[in-house]
Design a protein around this ligand. Structure first.
Ligand code: HSE
Length: 389
């Protein structure tokens, strides 16, 4: 199969390296802004040449971002070329139109590498969903934030220093705030939930809270309580309604998800007959992500690709997910009282500048709305949902 690679950064170079040993996959063009820099006869700066080249069967999109990735993907699909992408942002935002364009031209649009890095997650989710109604998906789906939390918990590492290390290792997004603030996990949550529930889950309806505000004092508090904090993406579907969140959670130290180290991810599904299934592996990095792309390429080359389909009309119910939350504030202000008073079961002083609000069981929509009203007043506030088994 003749392939054009769009982008030669962390992911593109991983794909190129792995395919060198696979004769069925022949990369014939590499799109790069500065082709001379690549010192490779396949390098070109012209996407038009790629899309007009009738020899090219498949395009791997590894440039990231929304534009021009969206235009390139659509043009390739409309030209009847298969598209394999690792781009979570563009897939979460435009999945509907990509799937439609692929169906119209008979091309495949595959997204294994968008969610869970090297974990064979999307195809296994499709396999599970062909038998079972999937009622929930959850997991740790951002390698960078897990790398940061893991190192802060393990040896008290400094947030900024660990983030710099994650960037050097090629885990972080071009703008790492997408990792730290939960945007990247939210994209993966929307993609996974759409595949699992077979109905479009719009990313814009998923509330998010990242790991930017967790402090050493919060981590010490967790350790004292025998808890670990992880950033979870969670989605649930009941009947024709769905709900999803991206937020920190508190887990007892012995739980499987609590033990996920470094840049590793864990992705989990719950099906009616299979029960809980959990998949574990490296969630970020050049070769793991490249590996997921190459799996998609081989599926296309061998005629074993499974098209993405989602034809259920689902309704968003923002409080379908419920839980007890911990909110750490700096003071009991009027804004805090107004936001959290109705949700609080207990307020607890925890040393200077540390006030803990323990909520009762609340809907996640209600909780995130309260957080957003209070956040301007107390920008360093931190929240986490208790995971209760
Ligand atoms: N920045 C992403 C992460 C890369 O850290 O998980 C893999 O999608």
């Amino acid at each position: 199969m003749k392939i054009a690679l769009l982008g030669f950064g962390t992911v593109g170079s991983g794909v190129e390296k792995i395919t060198r040993g696979i004769p069925a996959l022949d990369i014939v063009k590499i799109l790069h802004r500065k082709p001379a820099k690549l010192n490779d006869s396949r390098a070109t700066s012209s996407f038009d040449d790629i899309v007009a080249d009738g020899e090219i069967d498949c395009v791997v999109e590894a440039i990231g971002g929304i534009h021009p990735a969206r235009e390139y993907i659509l043009a390739a699909l409309e030209a009847g070329k298969h598209v394999v992408t690792a781009n979570k942002a563009v897939t979460a935002a435009h999945m509907g139109e990509f799937v439609q364009a692929a169906a119209a031209s008979g091309a495949c649009f595959l997204v294994e590498a968008t969610s869970g890095g090297g974990i064979p997650w999307i195809k296994n989710l499709q396999r599970a969903a062909r038998i079972d109604e999937i009622t929930g998906v959850h997991g740790i789906v951002n390698g960078t934030s897990n790398f940061i939390l893991y190192n802060m918990f393990k040896d008290g590492a400094d947030f900024a220093a660990v983030l710099a290390e994650a960037q050097a290792l090629g885990y972080a997004e071009a703008d790492p705030s997408a990792d730290i603030d939960g945007d990247d996990a939210r994209n993966k949550c929307a993609i996974s939930a759409t595949v699992a529930f077979k109905g479009l889950v719009p990313v814009s309806l998923i509330p998010q809270f990242g790991i930017r505000t967790i402090t050493k004092a919060d981590i010490d508090w967790c350790i004292q309580q025998g808890l670990v904090c992880k950033l979870f993406a969670t989605a649930r579907c009941e009947g024709e309604t769905w709900c999803a969140t991206v937020e920190p959670v508190l887990l007892p130290a012995g739980e499987l998800e609590a033990a996920v180290p470094r840049n590793y991810n864990v992705t989990c599904l719950t099906g009616a007959t299979i029960g809980d299934l959990k998949f574990y592996g490296q969630g970020a990095g050049s070769l793991p992500t490249g590996n997921a792309i190459v799996q998609d390429l081989l599926d296309i080359a061998s005629g074993e690709a499974w098209p993405l389909t989602f034809d259920r009309a689902l309704t968003h119910e923002p409080n379908l997910l419920k839980g007890r939350y911990l909110i750490r504030l700096s003071a009991r202000t009027a804004a805090a009282e107004a936001a959290f008073g109705p949700l609080a079961e207990r307020w607890e002083e925890d040393g200077p500048g540390r006030l803990l609000v323990h909520t009762g069981t609340v809907g996640s929509g209600e909780l995130h709305r309260a957080v957003s009203t209070c956040r301007q007043d107390d920008p360093g506030l931190w929240i986490a949902r208790w995971i209760e088994r």
